[in-house]
Design a protein around this ligand. Sequence first.
Ligand SMILES: *[C@@H]1O[C@H](CO)[C@@H](O)[C@H](O)[C@H]1NC(C)=O
Ligand SMILES: *[C@@H]1O[C@H](CO)[C@@H](O)[C@H](O)[C@H]1NC(C)=O
Ligand SMILES: *[C@@H]1O[C@H](CO)[C@@H](O)[C@H](O)[C@H]1NC(C)=O
Length: 423
Amino acid sequence: MSKLLALVTLAIAANSVAAVGPWGQCGGLNYSGSTQCDAGLNCVKLNDWYSQCQPGQNQPTTPAPTTSVPTTPIPTPTTPTTTSNPAPTGTGWVPVPSASANGLQDKLYKRGKHYFGACADPNTLNIASNVAVLQREFGQVTPENSMKWDAVERTFHRILHNFRELMYVDIDAASRGQFSFGNADTLVNWATSNGKLIRGHTLVWHSQLPGWVNNISDRATLTTVIQNHIQTVAGRYAGKLLDQILAWDVCNEIFEENGTLRNSVFNRVLGESFVTIAFQAARKADPTAVLYINDYNLDSVNSKVNGMVSLVNRVNQANPNTIDGIGTQMHLQAGMGSTSQAVLTALAAANVKEIAVTELDIVGAPSNDYTQVVRACLNTPKCVGITVWGVSDANSWRSSSTPLLFDRSYNPKAAYTAIANIL
Ligand SMILES: *[C@@H]1O[C@H](CO)[C@@H](O)[C@H](O)[C@H]1NC(C)=O
Ligand SMILES: *[C@@H]1O[C@H](CO)[C@@H](O)[C@H](O)[C@H]1NC(C)=O
Ligand SMILES: *[C@@H]1O[C@H](CO)[C@@H](O)[C@H](O)[C@H]1NC(C)=O
């Protein structure tokens, strides 16, 4: 649920053959950019699809040398003695995210959860105050838009618009099998070099979907298209450095409000089988990622919650360990925090390893609602983490309802302090 991407964007013409800076891409299958790194950097192959310019000699898989990033894999966290909550029962090994002491990440982690995260993308990673809050407070990022289908498998033609500007024109119809990962790579490289976990978002969604996918009408073609899309996108980041693609939202928003499957191209052509097709493709592409089904309006124990739990149980009974987790977005109105515990309890009763709050924002940011949601996660052993849908109200997809924890000047709001006080 986010702003649509602009279909036409302008960019200042860039230097075409410059060497690549730190953490930039310098090689990989189908990569056509420069393979020369700036002085002092080595081009290190991370996988078949991706080589990266990294500082230093003979350290082929060491992450960015910031003081706070772990340089070796760290074992599963033990539950600190100060916590009254059990460690999450979901995933096993998870790298310890890097963030400041006494920030939200640090506090929630000490209560036995994996992460307190926020969405991000290159448009907000360009803002220094935003980046400072992300580095300090949050241990996980979700790409707001850059990994959605129409952002990665859609063709933009470069046209010289005038002497200084390139224009990128969308040519949707021809985009099958043509991938571009510029913004997604920027997000992943930022997260990796700052020691943040990543929730990949999202592989199969009816919205922000190129028209050519919507036009497919036969089972074999749509199956191949889903499998190829997932293999290319999830496969690209599999095993990335510290395995920081922690989880993928494999299927997003696939339910109607009454709990039946949404009328999407995926359901029309493949019926419920598209869910298993997508999850199996994701498992193959990235065997270590935790695979989630994610949705909105799971905010009271309603028909949609019941439909979600039934489908997950059905899929996992037919093919055990297909769906690992359920994400509830939690784009809430004021007052709706009061039902969050009942919802997390209902979702955790499904046959899944873990659940998460994946896109939290609350109209007006009432402290009481925010603390109710945080307490609900603390009280639910399967709840592994909380992600807010942005840092500052300035960059929220529903900015005018001021739903986030930081104001337009990136200062913490009352809800931030309330959460910090209960953690
Ligand atoms: C990558 O290049 C190979 C040939 O080198 C081609 O067969 C394949 O379709 C390309 N893949 C993408 C995603 O463009
Ligand atoms: C989808 O199909 C319609 C009807 O055949 C056609 O007009 C349109 O161009 C197609 N769109 C794409 C993106 O292929
Ligand atoms: C569920 O809701 C959808 C969308 O409103 C509707 O088309 C469908 O008929 C409903 N199904 C049931 C069983 O009520």
